[in-house]
Design a binder for this molecule. Structure first.
Ligand code: G3P
Length: 234
């Protein structure tokens, strides 16, 4: 399973990239809004320089021509840019045009398997159901993942399911078990996945025991070595 970071924060991307577990990055206008002092283009280029996996850049236009204009512009910034297009009638039209031009797309704001099926047929490479937001309205986000992953495999569409709106580590495990090809995670969820109270406690205990063992060894060596008599004078 591939794991992406859902952020536009360069430090977070550098950190997870250094762990050797980062397969790509997804950004959106909300995440870009948290970055200070850089244009969206500058942020995207910097991210593409850190990680060679797919980096999603989202269009905000509502009309097909506007989506195409923005998407073509982002696609020129780096080879690994994937244009993120919202699920809509115009979005489907734009995704099928991007497909014909050889520009990869990530269909965002998917909330049902049917929306994902349409995006796959329009040629989107990545299909992003938002599981957290489905859970928020008292429905089952993982059901969308399960259904869509099965449809994609059954008909052998050339698209991957990308579980988005991940809120906690359990979402990642469930996405994996339900056949999602990718999950995109906030930095905090990556960190939560690393840690376990017993792991952290175990690390402290092993270090303490190691230091105690070395101290005991040093004390033993001191006791074993003969004490020197002070030299007699006169
Ligand atoms: O990848 C989409 C994601 O950023 C949305 O997450 O938590 O705002 O629903 P959230």
């Amino acid at each position: 399973m591939k794991l992406f970071l859902d952020t536009a924060d360069i430090d977070e991307i550098r950190t997870v990239n250094s762990w050797g577990v980062l397969d790509g990055v997804t950004t959106n206008p909300t995440l870009f809004g948290k970055v200070k002092g850089m244009t969206y283009e500058e942020v995207l280029q910097e991210i593409c320089g850190i990680n060679g996996g797919p980096v999603s850049a989202e269009v905000v236009a509502d009309d097909v021509e506007g989506m195409l204009r923005e998407g073509r512009h982002y696609a020129k910034l780096a080879d690994n840019i994937v244009v993120k297009v919202p699920m809509s009638e115009n979005g489907l039209a734009a995704m099928s045009r991007f497909k014909a031009e050889g520009i990869k797309t990530n269909c965002t704001l998917i909330f049902t398997a049917n929306q994902g099926l349409l995006a796959a047929k329009a040629g989107a490479s990545l299909l992003s159901p938002f599981v957290g937001r489905v859970d928020d309205i008292n429905e089952d986000g993982m059901q969308v993942i399960r259904e869509l992953a099965e449809i994609i495999r059954f008909f052998e569409y050339d698209s991957e399911v990308l579980t988005a709106s991940v809120r906690h580590p359990r979402h990642v495990t469930e996405a994996a078990l339900n056949g999602s090809h990718i999950a995109t995670l906030p930095f905090k969820v990556f960190q939560q996945m690393v840690h376990h109270p017993l792991t952290d406690k175990g690390i402290v205990q092993f270090k303490r025991d190691w230091e105690a063992a070395r101290a005991a060894l040093n004390d033993g060596a001191k006791e074993a070595s003969p004490k020197r008599e002070p030299a007699k004078v006169g």
